[in-house]
Design a protein around this ligand. Structure first.
Ligand SMILES: [Zn+2]
Ligand SMILES: [Zn+2]
Length: 136
């Protein structure tokens, strides 16, 4: 410490002459600057952080406060309703020939179904009864 007493050097940023041991190589400026410059930089960064952080916080809070949870519920309800409607939907079957169709079960299995003999009576994969279907 005592070694540097009295020695002065110029801050590379503001040009102010300061005691040498007040100069620090700042990681952002990447040069020897005075304590005041470092303080100024940190203050600016803090302000910038706050300026950036605050709108975000406000937006987040608004989102939380907004009727989004209700919207989510609505969406869930809608999806549930859609799923229920889909379950009630008539199964589609593709005509293969005058007797057979390709029946698509709710379990996503597809198999040949004979419309004359009504065979198989159940889905061979999940056992669900053959429901109403439309031949497409
Ligand atoms: Zn300076
Ligand atoms: Zn099935």
């Amino acid at each position: 410490m005592g070694f540097n007493v009295g020695l002065k050097a110029k801050c590379k940023r503001c040009g102010q002459e300061v005691p040498v041991d007040e100069l620090t190589v700042d990681i952002v400026y990447e040069m020897a600057v005075c304590a005041a410059c470092v303080k100024e930089r940190k203050l600016k960064e803090k302000q910038q952080r706050q300026a950036v952080a605050n709108p975000e916080t406000v937006v987040l809070d608004e989102k939380k406060a907004s009727p989004k949870p209700a919207g989510w519920d609505g969406e869930d309800e809608y999806l549930e309703r859609a799923a229920r409607l889909k379950a009630k939907e008539v199964v589609k079957a593709k005509r293969i020939d005058d007797q057979n169709v390709l029946y698509a079960c709710k379990c996503t299995a597809r198999f040949k179904y004979n419309t004359k003999t009504e065979h198989p009576g159940r889905c061979p994969f999940c056992g669900a009864a053959i429901g109403k279907f439309v031949i497409v």
